[in-house]
Design a protein around this ligand. Sequence first.
Ligand code: SAM
Length: 327
Amino acid sequence: SFHKSKGQHILKNPLLVDTIVQKSGIKSTDVVLEIGPGTGNLTKKLLEAGKKVIAVEIDPRMVLELQRRFQGTPYSNRLTVIQGDVLKTELPYFDICVANIPYQISSPLTFKLLAHQPAFRCAIIMFQREFAMRLVAQPGDKLYCRLTVNTQLHARIFHLLKVGRNNFRPPPKVDSSVVRIEPRKPRIDVNQKEWDGFLRICFNRKNKTLGAIFRQKNVISLLEKNYKTVQALKLSHEDPPKETETKLDLSNLDDFTDDEGMDMDGATDDEMEVEDGEAGEVQSEFKGKVLGVLKEADFEEKRSSKLSLQEFLYLLSLFNKAGIHFC
Ligand code: SAM
């Protein structure tokens, strides 16, 4: 009997298993990481193709079945089974990861793999179709989202294969896709917390203009809080303190009047933030600074749903240069 909660859907189509292994491009010298080997249908082919397979499986019954299956075969000394939750397991060195995973761990597992050092060559992973399409989406695609940009920061991702639900026993409720994830080498150098905070704000309403998003009161006050913290830190390191940032500049306030009334992206009124209820001069000045960065590089009218990874990186660098931080 299979555990639904553990996402146990066994690949029953041997041709499909062959295709996945072929497309993986495993070399005879490779250490292969498999996640969720289950009864071992994929494991067997991985053992045939690679030098060594390390399989992480959470279900002790499956671990037993797997060990029984390969006991006394030439494969047994090239297979290591680790019993445990892959999300809580410290991963060993591997060259390539091939896995038909339980879909509920898709997101955390992807980020765990992408954080792994040293970077592996590639990971060939079966995901729920929609998750896979989010990973490979391009700017302007319907499924382009924070997950897309966040994963594409660390890796190049390719769609390899569509897999119908009837290739599994029992069949899951959704169709699947196999994707290939290649970690970028070298890594793109960015402060992970800054990046994460930045993307959360940008994708808060992915179809709104960045101008509208960065006018929101809660966004401005968060960024201003960060700004003051950073300025205070800087000042405490300077001796004597330079000019303090209390200069008043109301000259260009007109440029920043709200245009949300004209927003054409279908956002309903209750999503709109009420602005400037108790805004003092300092907040207005800071808001001008933030919007100035957007204007400077012509981002004000753009929307996150259409921005490339390079554009996000560029915009973040502009904000940081202006002393505006997201963590
Ligand atoms: N690889 C097999 C196949 O293709 O036939 C089974 C795939 S099945 C979709 C997912 C497997 O992952 C199950 O054997 C399940 O017990 C295991 N699993 C579920 N959650 C896990 C976790 N957090 N860590 C490791 N294995 C897990």
